[in-house]
Design a protein around this ligand. Structure first.
Ligand code: SAH
Ligand code: SF4
Length: 343
């Protein structure tokens, strides 16, 4: 078995070079080649002796995710890539270009075990965790393409397939690797992790006092409704979840984002908005609401513009900031898991 190169931390790459009997500076060179030159094939490493290039080719795997399908939105602003992993499983990652931003949405698992009823990834079930390298490779894929256009990735949202806090170690290892000032150097503040609300992981994340942004998928303001949409709510009910969110804000001083997919007549009602406002009172937060992206396995429909505006107004009247986001790239099924669920 070859070692996937993006799975290696810098210390691991260094000890590999020592094992190969290479001078210490080779690790620095290769690290910069990988993360600053975006090279991803041994023959590109022309700054290395050919014997070492052959050794890299023999021992390391460079292409660990293979683009299998690319879909561009009609406005050209959104690019979605379906990748095949070495074991044949599929994941997807999306590039959204908007004003001066190039935001990537990346996956942390093939499938997802959380079973949220409205989510295409949830509907396909859990396949496996991604390795840290498979997460890093998604970012490097787009970073390489943008580099060729003289552009850079500005933000990364961990909102693709999978529940990042269910794959905590690999997700955070991937972000740490991408943060490295001597490597890719994308700052922690440029990342947002979105979680369905796994309380022990939120506590751990808070205690680590990272600069990474946190978003929590709430979608409903009472336990009965939330459990019917997000089964994980049975285990981690809403009041306990919001208590953990308050602890997070107290410990880090950072604002938390709540996500809300507005489903017509289900969670876009004035009653839900008022209840939500009561529950979020005094919490440093922001509510990000988007109309539901319809999926095959769920009969719910997107909210109307009127209901969405009303929902926002109610929250605002209670002093809670709320943004209604447009569904971007809907024509390429940019919603979570919607491409991979077709293959
Ligand atoms: N597992 C994490 C991150 C991936 S999902 C989480 O659940 O937060 C990213 C976001 O997309 C979540 O807020 C999720 O609830 C939302 N989402 C999933 N399916 C959707 C759909 N069909 N329409 C709108 N939002 C959806
Ligand atoms: Fe998993 Fe997030 Fe989809 Fe829920 S919404 S099934 S947690 S990916």
């Amino acid at each position: 078995m070859l070692t996937p190169v993006y799975d290696l931390s810098f210390p691991e790459l260094s000890s590999l070079m020592a094992e190969f009997g290479q001078p210490k500076y080779r690790a620095d060179q290769i690290w910069k080649d990988l993360y600053q030159q975006f090279w991803n094939s041994p023959d590109q490493f022309t700054n290395l002796p050919s014997s070492l290039r052959s050794l890299l080719a023999e021992k390391l795997q460079f292409q660990i995710i293979k683009p299998a399908r690319v879909v561009n939105s009609s406005d050209g602003q959104t690019v979605k890539t379906l990748f095949q992993l070495l074991d044949g499983k599929s994941i997807e990652a999306v590039l959204m270009r908007y004003e001066k931003r190039n935001t990537l949405c990346i996956s942390t698992q093939a499938g997802c075990a959380m079973g949220c009823v409205f989510c295409a990834t949830g509907q396909m079930g859990f396949k496996r965790h991604l390795s840290s390298g498979e997460i890093v490779a998604q970012v490097m894929h787009y970073a390489r393409q943008l580099h060729e256009l003289g552009e850079v990735v500005t933000n990364v949202v961990v909102m693709g397939m999978g529940e990042p806090f269910h794959n905590y170690d690999n997700t955070l290892a991937a972000i740490d690797r991408l943060n490295d000032p001597d490597g890719y150097n994308l700052g922690a503040r440029r990342f947002t992790i979105s979680s369905v609300g796994l309380i022990p992981a939120i506590k751990r994340f808070a205690s680590e006092k990272r600069q990474i942004n946190l978003a929590i998928s709430l979608h409903a303001a009472d336990d009965a409704l939330r459990t019917s949409m997000l089964p994980v709510n049975k285990r981690y009910p809403i009041d306990e979840l919001l208590e953990a969110c308050r602890e997070y804000v107290d410990m880090t001083g950072r604002r938390i984002t709540f996500e809300w997919a507005l489903v017509n007549g289900v969670n876009d009602t004035p009653a839900q908005a008022h209840l939500l406002a009561r529950k979020l009172k005094g919490l440093l937060c922001h509510v990000n609401a988007i109309p539901l992206n319809p999926t095959q396995g769920y009969s719910g429909q997107p909210t109307t513009r009127e209901n969405a505006n009303k929902f926002k107004e109610i929250l605002n009247s209670h002093g809670i900031p709320c943004t209604i986001r447009l569904r971007r790239g809907i024509d390429i099924q940019a919603g979570c898991g919607q491409l991979a669920s077709q293959v």
